[in-house]
Design a binder for this molecule. Structure first.
Ligand SMILES: N[C@@H](CCC[C@H](N)C(=O)O)C(=O)O
Length: 282
């Protein structure tokens, strides 16, 4: 296999291998993604993101976005499966472009994803680890039927929130109640025919929750951006919060700040870091 470049980064410790592929020369197989994500035999990551121009790939989401978005986030979970969207990954993707391409970080960046186009903005901030606040317009949440998820003998009712990808949000008194999350929580296949990301959410204070997540295709991770947005939406509904009320979501890998706007959009703000760059033949 020939050598190609990679970049390693994370957003609140949800970590990714980025494969820069502006010209669409590196279509990745599921097996190759799994090798890259392997934490012992590979580079190690929760997912792989191919950074490709929308006019250099025939993925239907990229094709549909041509003319509006120059770049496509081709996201794969660590088991090689595709996902529509990745909230932490898109911040790392945007940081990579801001530091390695000619995009102007003073301008909003439109990124094509399988969930549609998402807009990313950058700001200097003391409140965000690393000093750069990256805000993503995550679009409008969608809702589905409530159902149960289970871990071992326990089951809980869950709130069904779509953030471009599927989420089941469970409220618990203590995050430990979710157990070791070594295997995927059970879910209703009728409600989530393509699998689901499961968030366990507990209250920390007013407009402040903590969350653990089991990600579809990746297992328990230290953060999930779309999951934090789903958790915020479910909590804001329970609270009867007014639109525009800012929430803080703590995850094992850091903190995300999330707001549900008057015009029904979710804005997520958090950090991104690039930690390594190199070549691989994996
Ligand atoms: N970690 C991501 C979500 C990645 C995709 C997810 N596992 C799925 O299959 O939908 C995030 O930060 O949103």
């Amino acid at each position: 296999m020939s050598e190609y470049d990679f970049v390693k980064g994370h957003g609140t410790e949800n970590d990714f291998v980025l494969v820069p592929d502006a010209n669409g020369k590196h279509e990745l197989t599921a097996a190759q993604v799994a090798r890259l994500c392997d934490r012992r035999a590979g580079i190690g990551a929760d997912g792989v993101i191919r950074v490709v121009r929308t006019d250099a790939t025939d993925d239907p989401a990229a094709v549909a976005a041509r003319g509006e978005a120059r770049w496509f986030m081709d996201y794969r979970n660590s088991d090689g499966s595709l996902s529509e969207m990745c909230g932490n990954g898109i911040r790392v993707f945007a940081l990579y472009l801001a530091t390695h391409s000619t995009i102007d970080p003073r301008e909003p960046l439109k990124v094509a994803t399988r969930a549609g186009i998402r807009t990313v903005t950058f700001a200097v901030s003391d409140e965000i680890e690393g000093g750069i606040a990256i805000t993503v317009d995550m679009g409008t949440p969608t809702f589905g039927p409530e159902s149960k998820v289970g871990v071992g003998e326990r089951t809980w009712p869950s709130v069904n929130v779509g953030m471009g990808n599927p989420h089941a949000v469970v409220f618990v008194d203590e995050l430990e109640q979710a157990g070791d999350l070594l295997t995927a929580p059970t879910h209703d296949e009728q409600v989530y025919p393509h699998g689901v990301n499961v968030e366990f959410v507990s209250r920390v204070g007013e407009r402040h929750v903590a969350m653990r997540v089991h990600e579809r295709g990746s297992g328990e991770t230290r953060s999930c951006g779309t999951g934090a947005c789903a958790a915020m939406v479910a909590t804001a509904l329970v609270d009867g919060a007014e639109r525009g009320t800012p929430y803080r979501v703590d995850v094992p890998g850091g903190t995300l700040f999330i707001e549900w706007t008057e015009d029904d959009r979710i804005l997520m703000t958090g950090p991104a870091r690039i930690v390594a760059e190199g070549m691989t033949t994996l």
